[in-house]
Design a protein around this ligand. Structure first.
Ligand code: NDP
Ligand code: 2IT
Length: 444
């Protein structure tokens, strides 16, 4: 049995109840086969694949908090510190009822390769809780965040592990968590990113994941002789990534005609009104029905369905496994040329393979959504030097990083005879740097 197959078997045995983690590991290890085969003896002797698929540590804890009725509620908190070969653990905190250890492990595992691709010194980690922020008052959100950070603060630090936002965690939650960390530790340090601009946050971090996704997409299609001007784009999600992806796509001259949330989706043939979407989602924290009610050109549909809309480019920006094989078939049948993932692992493995086999330019989340964490690393740099850079400076660095990522993954795929396979290219380019660091640092 090949080394990759042996380790895949082992990972399946050890993590049988974690389907998302197994999905993420299977995708990565399968695409690393040529690199592993070229270095089999060295990697096997050093147990590189066993080590890279086993987190440094996984922390689980109780999060008790009091709701507005005086009732004590209990959630489960997680932080998985996966790999710090190239820098302090770095990755977001997801607050969603679906969160469990396997979800956090898949996200932490992907973060190793994504963070490596940014070219910045950050290791891989992820955390979160099964807490559901929907419908909670600001006081309840604060109570949860303070309790969560009371425990998490024991394990993180500006040079140790630096969490940030993800689904359900935005500026409000980061603010409450930062306040509690400062209070417990008695020090002001850049322990979280995505902070408010008045207390160490970076300009352009809010926009970074969505903008970065479009900078990479633009470079990809430019290298195939096309431009964003006049393209029809289908976006899923209506959160941080989806909103700023839509905004940047429109600035580039494309028309974005959809968005979605966990209950329904919008088709707006005149193009999504970003100001209205921001008002509904960022200010009112309301459902998309409110968008439809305020916009005559918009059609609201219950359930899922954005991928049936004809488009040139599809950008999944909501959550994992939201683009399935039947969606991939529909996209191809409708002439879609390009899929770039704003979310983490939104496309299933069979859907990815179908898109690739049908000539769709497909870039996975580890490369395409790396702009968020890259800008978090820029926030860390600014905190370390106690300076703030202008929006233009951060945005220009972000663009440079995303263009660079595209060329690195393209080159890596070509080096191993897989031209156009950007999934393999991203996994290989991300892996090579981490492995070199692991080998240099000995058995640890
Ligand atoms: P938000 O919480 O801001 O928005 C998430 C959006 O996706 C919401 O519209 C939400 O709908 C929808 N959604 C979430 N879960 C589900 C679900 N189970 N089924 C259907 N729809 C769902 O999160 P972000 O925009 O920050 O994150 C979106 C994706 O991007 C995630 O995969 C995240 O891991 C990834 N990502 C985020 C980065 C960041 O910087 N924020 C960086 C890189 C990747 P509803 O409003 O109904 O909850
Ligand atoms: O998935 C991700 O890369 C994020 N949620 C952002 C992580 C970060 O540390 O900014």
């Amino acid at each position: 049995m090949s080394y990759v197959d042996e380790v895949l078997e082992l990972v399946k045995q050890k993590n049988a109840s974690e389907p998302e983690f197994l999905q993420a590991v299977t995708e990565v290890l399968n695409s690393l086969r040529p690199v592993v085969e070229a270095n089999e003896e060295l990697y096997r002797k050093n147990a590189i694949l066993e080590r890279i698929t086993e987190p440094d540590r996984q922390i689980m804890f109780r999060v008790p908090w009091v709701d507005d009725k005086g009732q004590v509620q209990v959630n489960r908190g997680f932080r998985v510190q996966f790999n710090n070969a190239i820098g302090p653990y770095k990755g977001g905190l997801r607050l969603h009822p679906s969160v469990n250890l396997g979800i956090i492990k898949f996200l932490g595992f992907e973060q190793i390769f994504k963070n490596s691709l940014t070219s910045l010194p950050i290791g891989g980690g992820k955390g979160g809780s099964d807490f559901d922020p929907k419908g909670k008052s600001d006081r309840e959100i604060m109570a949860f965040c303070q309790s969560f950070m009371t425990e998490l603060s024991k394990y993180i630090g500006a040079d140790v592990d630096v969490p940030a936002g993800d689904i359900g965690t935005g500026a409000r939650e980061i603010g409450f968590m930062f306040g509690q960390y400062k209070r417990i530790k008695g020090m002001f340090e850049g322990v979280l990113t995505g902070k408010g601009l008045t207390y160490g946050g970076s300009l352009a971090r809010t926009e970074a994941t969505g903008y970065g996704l479009l900078y990479l997409t633009e470079e990809l299609i430019k290298c195939h002789g096309e431009s964003m001007e006049g393209k029809t784009v289908v976006v899923s999600g209506a959160g941080n990534v989806a909103i700023y992806a839509t905004q940047k796509a429109q600035q580039m001259g494309a028309k974005v005609v959809t968005c979605s949330d966990s209950t329904g989706w919008i088709y707006d043939p005149e193009g999504i009104d970003v100001a209205l979407l921001k008002e509904v989602k960022e200010v009112k924290r309301a459902r998309l029905t409110e968008y439809a009610a305020a916009r005559p050109s918009a059609q609201y549909h219950e359930g899922r369905g954005v991928w049936q809309i004809k488009c040139d480019i599809a950008l999944p920006c909501a959550t994992q496994n939201e683009l399935l094989i039947e969606d991939a078939k529909q996209l191809v049948a409708n002439g879609c040329k390009c899929v770039c993932e704003g979310a983490n692992m939104p496309t299933t493995i069979d859907a990815t393979e179908y898109l690739q086999a049908n000539g769709v330019w497909f870039v996975g989340g580890k490369a395409a959504n790396a702009g968020g964490v890259a800008t978090s690393a820029l926030e860390m740099s600014q905190n370390s030097e106690r300076l703030s850079w202008s929006f233009e400076e951060v945005d220009a660095k972000l663009k440079g990083i995303m263009v660079n990522i595209y060329h690195n993954i393209d080159d890596a795929a070509k080096r191993y005879g897989m031209e156009g396979n950007y999934v393999a290219g991203a996994n290989i380019a991300g892996f090579e740097k981490v492995v070199n660091a692991m080998l240099a640092q000995g058995v640890c």
